[in-house]
Every structure is written in C-alpha cells, then in structure tokens.
Ligand binder design. Structure first.
Ligand SMILES: *[C@@H]1O[C@H](CO)[C@@H](O)[C@H](O)[C@H]1NC(C)=O
Ligand SMILES: *[C@@H]1O[C@H](CO)[C@@H](O)[C@H](O)[C@H]1NC(C)=O
Ligand SMILES: *[C@@H]1O[C@H](CO)[C@@H](O)[C@H](O)[C@H]1NC(C)=O
Ligand SMILES: *[C@@H]1O[C@H](CO)[C@@H](O)[C@H](O)[C@H]1NC(C)=O
Ligand SMILES: *[C@@H]1O[C@H](CO)[C@@H](O)[C@H](O)[C@H]1NC(C)=O
Ligand SMILES: *[C@@H]1O[C@H](CO)[C@@H](O)[C@H](O)[C@H]1NC(C)=O
Length: 204
C-alpha cells in the first residue's frame, strides 16, 4: 500500500514538473514581442517659430523591434498611410518602405518623409490649446522564419495617433506604439487547461 502510494506520488511529482516545464517553455515561446512605433514625427508647416513654413513634407522615424529569440521576419513592402485628425477621414499621404529581412532580437529604423496633400493647415495651426493630431497606419504582408522554415503569409495592420506640438514635432517624448486594428485573436493559451488536465490524470 505504502509503496504504491509513493509511486503515485513520484509519478505525480514528475508529471507536474514536466507540465510546468512545458508551460514555461510555451510561455517563453509566446512571449515574443514584435512592436512598431513612431520615434520621431515632424511637420515643419506646423512649427510656429519657423514663420509659416510652406514646407508640407511630413518626416517620421519608424521603429520596428523584433524581440523574439527564435523568429525572423521577412517584410514585403510596408505601406505607411498618414491621415489628419483622429478619425481616418482626411487622407494626407503615403509612402512605401521597401521590404527587408529582420533577424531575431533586432531593432530597425526607417526615416521617411511624405509630401502631404489636403491637410487643413489653417485649422491645424489655429487649434489653440488642443494639439493637431495625425494618424499613422501601417499595412504589410510578412512571413516568419522559424528555424529554417518560412511561415505562410500574414497580413499585419497596425496604427496609432500622433499629437503634434507648437514646434511641429511629436508632443509625446516617448515613441508612439502602433497597435493592431484586428481584434486580438489566438490570444487564448491552452497552457493552463493542459496543465490542470495532466495533473488530474497523473495525480488522481
Ligand atoms: C522650428 O523652427 C525653428 C526656426 O526655424 C527651428 O529652430 C526649430 O529647430 C524648429 N523645430 C523643430 C522641432 O525642428
Ligand atoms: C520670423 O519673423 C520675424 C519677423 O518677421 C523675424 O524677426 C524672425 O527672425 C523670424 N524668425 C525666423 C526663425 O525666421
Ligand atoms: C521640408 O521638411 C523636410 C522634413 O523636415 C526636410 O527634410 C526638407 O529638407 C524640407 N524642405 C525644404 C525645402 O525646406
Ligand atoms: C498611396 O495612395 C494612392 C492614392 O490613394 C494610391 O493610389 C497608392 O496605391 C498608395 N500607395 C501605397 C504604397 O499605399
Ligand atoms: C482659437 O482661438 C481663437 C480666438 O480666441 C478663436 O477665434 C478660434 O476659433 C480658436 N480656434 C480653435 C480651433 O479653437
Ligand atoms: C501596398 O500598396 C501597394 C500599392 O498601392 C498595394 O499594391 C499593396 O497591396 C499594398 N500592400 C498592403 C499590405 O496593403
């Protein structure tokens, strides 16, 4: 009796340890952040100290960070679209960044500029206390490289709003993180139920 009890206890201990290990591995694999942010943003025409610059170019620095330890990213062209205002009602310009490969644990920057059109400059300059807002949207198609294999194509769409101060530059000192517009799906993790199930099976 005592023997079978200790066998069961041992089996339970081993399986619990293995499940915990697998759960930890799974979490590590999932915790693989790929982030996009606007690190710099400059609208010369909204720089009030520059005496009504007629320069309608908008310049920005896009940062792409791949913090995954095991995953590389093949970017096809990255389409950047700019809009004036919080809602995407006034399209003001776009640019396409050529595709490239980003290895694991890597940060990439792309400094780009867009010749804007249709920005209601008078309104934007007049906005007294409130700051002018631009929306930046990215649309791209990517493949992930895991070990030696290439994943299928994934559509990635992210966006964010950038507030511009009286000098025409990004008001927030920190980078503006661009977040996914698609509803977050596949976020559900099977770890916890799997873990509970295996403990139940082996420790019953
Ligand atoms: C705004 O314009 C002034 C005058 O030309 C210039 O000194 C300043 O650097 C500009 N601001 C930014 C953020 O570039
Ligand atoms: C802006 O215009 C004012 C008056 O015309 C002038 O005194 C000043 O030097 C100008 N500033 C710049 C940055 O050009
Ligand atoms: C217009 O502004 C952009 C972005 O700051 C700058 O790169 C460009 O040299 C400016 N063009 C002129 C004509 O001032
Ligand atoms: C930029 O916008 C124009 C006009 O809407 C569109 O025809 C073009 O395909 C766009 N280019 C990119 C790279 O999104
Ligand atoms: C800014 O202030 C002026 C005068 O105080 C006012 O006439 C104008 O409507 C204001 N503009 C905005 C966008 O609030
Ligand atoms: C990027 O823009 C080009 C040109 O408009 C278009 O053909 C392509 O489908 C766009 N890609 C994405 C991912 O939106």
């Amino acid at each position: 009796m005592a023997g079978s009890n200790s066998t069961r206890c041992c089996r339970c201990f081993v399986s619990t340890t293995i499940s915990l290990g697998l759960a930890a591995l799974f979490m590590w694999l999932r915790n693989c952040g790929i982030t996009y942010s606007i690190d710099e943003f400059y609208v010369p025409a909204l720089n009030k100290t520059a005496n009504q610059s007629r320069n309608t170019t908008i310049a920005f620095d896009l940062k792409m960070e791949n913090r995954c330890k095991y995953k590389g990213i093949y970017y096809d062209a990255i389409n950047v679209s700019l809009y004036y205002g919080q809602s995407r009602s006034i399209f003001v310009g776009n640019v396409s960044i050529p595709g490239f490969y980003q290895g694991h644990d890597n940060k990439a920057h792309r400094k780009e500029s867009v010749k804007s059109e249709g920005v209601p400059w008078k309104t934007a300059l007049r906005s007294n206390g409130s700051k002018a807002v631009f929306r930046v949207d990215l649309g791209m198609v990517v493949r992930y490289k895991i070990m030696a294999s290439k994943s299928k194509l994934h559509n990635v769409r992210v966006g964010g709003a950038v507030e511009v101060d009286a000098e025409g530059k990004k008001a927030n000192k920190k980078g503006i993180k661009l977040i996914s517009k698609a509803p977050q799906q596949g976020r559900y993790s099977p770890c916890v139920p799997m873990f509970l199930l295996s403990v139940l099976l082996f420790c019953w």
